[in-house]
Structure formats: C-alpha cells, structure tokens
Design a protein. Structure first.
Length: 227
C-alpha cells in the first residue's frame, strides 16, 4: 500500500505561500492532487475494510487512517456505501491490470484457462488485496449487504471469462462434446476463492503450494476434457 500523508493538505505538488495558504506547484495538471488523494484514500480504506469488514468499519476510522477529518473524507465520498463501492471497483481494476500484464497478447482457449494459475501465483504477492476480497465476500453473501450486487457481478464476470475460454476451445475443436462447461466454470471460480481463503488463514499453507494446487486442478480438467 502506498504511504499515506499524515495531514489532509500534505499532498504532493503543493507548497505554502507567504500567507501560509497552500498553492499548487507550477506545471502540475489541474486535478492531479485530487486524483492522487483519492487513490490514497481508496488504498487506505481497502486496508481498513480488509481488517474490520464493512460492518466493523466507520467513516471516522477510515478518516483517521487517512489523516483526514471526517468532513474531509465526506468531501471525497459522501457515504460509507459510496466509499465501499469505489474501493471494490478500485480493487477489481487492480486485478484487471495484473491480468492484462500477464501476456503480450490475449490468450485463448486452454491457454486462457491456464493463465488463471499464473494469476493465483501473482496474487500471493498482494495478500492485502486478497484479504479485502475474502473479508467482504463473506459478508456480502447477505442479500441486504451493500456489496452483494458487486459480489454477484464479480463472479459473473469471472465465470464469463472462463466460459469464453471454453467456447474458444470448442471452436478450435479442442473440447470434448461431453464437457460439463457450466460445472467446470463454477468449480474453477469456487476453488480459486476457497484456496485463497485457506492460504490467508493457515500459516503452514504457503502461496506456492496454493498456486500448485490450483494448477493441478486445471491440468486435471484439461487432461479429462481436451479433445
């Protein structure tokens, strides 16, 4: 997580003039300070949510962690629900950036399925992001939780990505006609989530073993249903 300034006005790119007021350094794009501050708030709020959960987190605790007054935080995010939604969108954007950086091109068919093992292996380098997901996903199974719709959409997108890879394998003539695609898709998503939870909770289960276990499942699926 990037370091967070201890004072609300301690953003980079500002300086005090003779009257003590802050002014923007010349050459800094308009809005850059606000965007950087928003990024810092999201990173800090993500850590707080991952440790306390949604219900255990207050806007005042996030404000303190950010070095802001509560009024200062509300200037950026009007409610806790709005902040949570922004944090989860930010988290998913981090995931997509990580996924996009795995390959020069866009893999297809079985190569796209196998890329998931590399994603799991890379995720072991960012336990805070995985803890954020597992903490909030556990809460968000309740239908009245503000992150429930995010969780459903998150799983829908993950499943669609894997389902598309199986469709491509079928188009290439490399998927058995009897492959239970819907079941395989759900099992891969569920296994990824479940293994990450075990990794976070069990100090004797290291990240390399987790990625190896997930890779073993992918290889088993491919050996059984590749045409």
């Amino acid at each position: 997580m990037p370091p967070v300034p201890s004072q609300e006005n301690a953003t980079s790119g500002t300086a005090a003039n003779a009257s003590g007021r802050l002014r923007r350094n010349s050459g800094r794009p308009k809005g850059a300070d606000s965007a950087a501050r928003r990024e810092e708030i999201l990173a800090t709020a993500a850590q707080v949510f991952s440790e306390e959960g949604y219900r255990g987190t207050s806007m005042s605790s996030v404000a303190r962690a950010c070095g802001l007054s509560q009024t200062g935080l509300l200037h950026h995010f009007a409610t806790k629900d709005v902040l949570l939604g922004a944090v989860m969108e930010w988290r998913d954007a981090q995931d997509m950036a990580l996924l996009d950086g795995l390959d020069q091109g866009v893999p297809r068919a079985w190569a796209a399925v196998e890329r998931l093992e590399r994603l799991v292996r890379l995720n072991t380098r960012q336990p805070g992001m995985i803890r954020l997901f597992t903490t909030l996903a556990g809460e968000a199974t309740a239908h009245d939780h503000p992150a429930n719709s995010w969780l459903l959409e998150h799983h829908r997108l993950a499943e669609e990505m894997i389902r598309r890879a199986f469709r491509e394998a079928e188009e290439d003539g490399r998927l058995s006609a009897d492959a239970p695609v819907d079941s395989l898709v759900r099992c891969l998503v569920a296994t990824m989530d479940g293994l990450q939870m075990q990794w976070l909770s069990d100090p004797d289960y290291d990240g390399a073993a987790m990625a190896d276990d997930f890779g073993a499942l992918i290889r088993t699926i491919r050996e059984r249903w590749e045409a």
